[in-house]
Design a binder for this molecule. Sequence first.
Ligand code: UN1
Length: 508
Amino acid sequence: MNPILKTLGLSDENPGGFDGQWVGGGRMQTVTSPIDGQPLATVANVTPQAFEAILAKSHAAFQTWRLVPAPKRGEVVKALGDELRKHKAALAELVTLEMGKTLREGLGEVQEMIDICDFAVGLSRQLYGLTMPSERKQHRLQEQWHPLGVVGVITAFNFPVAVWSWNTALALVCGDTVLWKPSSKTPLTAIACTKIAEKVLRGFGFDPAICSLAIGRGSDIGDLINTDPRVALVSYTGSVSGGRHVGSLVQQRFGRHILELGGNGAVIVSDKADLDIALRSIYFGAIGTSGQRCTSTRRVIVQESVLPAFRERLLELYRKTPIGDPRENQYLMGPLVDQEAVDTMLAAIATVKAQGGKVLHGGEKLAPPSVLAGGCYVTPCLVEVPGNLDIVKEETFAPVLYLMPYRTIEEAIALQNDVSQGLSSAIITNDQRESELFLSAAGSDCGLANVNTGTSGAEIGGAFGGEKETGGGRESGSDAWKAYMRRQTSAINFSGKVELAQGITLDI
Ligand code: UN1
């Protein structure tokens, strides 16, 4: 067994459910590393019966957790952040082993977890409600924010630990309990995080079922979460089709959901851009995490007069991309998560060629000895297209970057918006009129719109999420916490009489 697993409390065989006790009992799953295809450990998925017990305990834990004062809940999240600091290196290594992103990105992911804990600690003293002037004499109107219930957190493989933490740190200070169903591709990192949370909760004498875990397939365990009214909020990160399924099931029972679905990030490169900034931002956005971020840069919309120069310089970077074992610092790009991801990438490249795109670089699967046997390594692909071809409008979760020209800034913004997804976007320009137009109501229609920095790598302090088929949900900073609480508005009468609102009289 890899020693990192042991450092984080994992074994060769691991139960995949937690409700205060570790439970398994279901299908045994062998987890392999995308780095070299080697087995890491096995995980026992939870059975529907075990899931029922996990949900019941999470729901029971909520009844007491919601009564703990929010600043005290914040102390627990502070300790969670401290524990994550201690385990930052090990957890990042496990993320790299299980998911294949480079270690530097793994460390960045764990840093996001620490950052959101810090944010949530402050938030635990700032769950502010408003008071409003009443239209009636000697009345007062106020709102309070109360804990909501069990939050079902369904996460994707590409950010196997950070997405849990964005939801969990907020949910905990808001007085909710968390039931996590991670991607079946990354159960080990989920077990490691749950063990960290377990230790912290036990240290305070709180019920460890406050942070529970249920590993299993979306079609069984996921749907039990989606359909059960005891789960007050489902926070789902994944594909558009997955989100459509989750959203409709949760809506059927009038539950709440936060959907973080596909992106199709574009960067507009103006003729007034600093091309060095454009290149660095776009290159990282496209090849970072091997193009497997929902915020990855997938389209570059370049003013036609600078396109030839920009194309050459980007190609230079693409040609020398260091690809290999993501644990080694010299490589900027590791493997794709599995062969299915490679097949999807190759199919998209074949389609874009058929639709009139021209491949300028890459798009091949690499074989040993240049990379490790058993891993799915590819060269990043750069394709020149005349505009938003049909395939360009789809999100291909791989390092394929489409380059297209524009003439006017209005045309560039229209191209940027002419896709069904609405997560992340950016403009690189030194012209303030252009950047302000991009940020205006007539500009980018995305949840994230950046100026002179790329589409990925959002900071936790802002609300994270997007519009249209991205699902509309917001997680992380700003006032995203409000989705994790229920709002209660109260009218309080201290007049000693009854006065109806809207001037209605009651003659009795
Ligand atoms: C995702 O890909 O699901 O903005 C999340 C970023 C990261 C999060 C990405 N902070 O790229």
